[in-house]
Design a protein around this ligand. Structure first.
Ligand code: 13P
Length: 255
């Protein structure tokens, strides 16, 4: 049985004070059982982790190095992340792939670094608009899965969270329709099933990201293969993000 997960990706937003205020508001929220993950600026992660009082709210990083340690100025290793007791890290986000030129092989190296340190990768993939228009969505997603997850053991794969984020829907206000999203989620779930077997595949969450908000969360999260959202813009304002958590909470409680 899938449980809906609500993940936020703050990207390069919020001052230190604003970030602390958000966690303070989250601490005030009446209790809920839905798993919430917040991808925060690395600089604040330790404070936010310490300030967080909700057991099911997890602090995540948004990126990590593909190297384990050493002379890599400005980089943050998976081991450093793990040493803060941070359990999740976003990897392979399309902004990193397109703006910073991250390749599938580099993303794969980062995934391995994270898994070696027991940090769960939130592994992002998705096609661009031109790839969709050329009818390449499935082949792109398949390539990203194959190369991004290459040489991983079944145990490794069981610790991954996948996020399907069509690039054309990120930050554009254009959300994939529930049919468009479900189709790629079902394809991904099937890929995982064929490669790793049904019992394992059925435990891997596949989140949707791309202009997900309080208006479309219900219909998206209600799709059979959509396990929740990786939310950018709509995760920045607490009240909006809270509404999305409440939608997930109702679905998780069968209401
Ligand atoms: P938006 O929700 O702002 O479209 O961003 C999605 C995203 O990139 C989450 O990682």
């Amino acid at each position: 049985m899938k449980k809906i997960i609500v993940a936020g990706n703050w990207k390069m937003n919020k001052t230190y004070l604003e970030a602390k205020q958000f966690i303070a508001q989250m601490n005030q929220k009446s209790s809920f059982g839905t798993e919430v993950i917040l991808g925060v600026p690395a600089l604040y992660s330790d404070t936010l982790y310490a300030n967080n009082q909700k057991e099911n709210v997890h602090i995540a990083l948004q990126n990590c190095s593909d190297q384990s340690e050493g002379a890599f100025t400005g980089e943050i290793s998976a081991r450093m992340i793990a040493s803060l007791a941070v359990k999740y890290c976003i990897v392979g986000h399309s902004e990193r792939r397109t703006i910073y030129g991250e390749t599938d092989d580099l993303v794969n190296a980062k995934v391995k670094q994270l898994l070696d340190s027991n940090v769960r990768p939130i592994f992002c993939l998705g096609e661009t608009l031109s790839e969709r228009e050329l009818d390449q969505t499935f082949s792109i997603v398949e390539r990203q899965l194959t190369l991004g997850l290459q040489d991983l053991s079944n145990e490794d794969v069981s610790n991954i969270v996948i996020a399907y984020e069509p690039v054309w829907a990120i930050g554009t206000g254009i959300t994939a329709s529930k049919e468009q999203a479900e189709e790629v989620h079902a394809f991904t779930a099937n890929y995982l099933k064929e490669k790793y077997g049904s019992p394992l595949a059925s435990t891997i969450p596949i989140l949707y990201g791309g202009s997900c908000n309080e208006k479309n969360a219900l219909e998206l999260f209600s799709q059979p293969n959509i396990w929740g959202g990786l939310i950018g813009g709509a995760s920045l304002q607490f009240e909006v993000f809270e509404n999305i958590i409440d939608i997930a909470e109702k679905l998780n409680n069968g209401r």
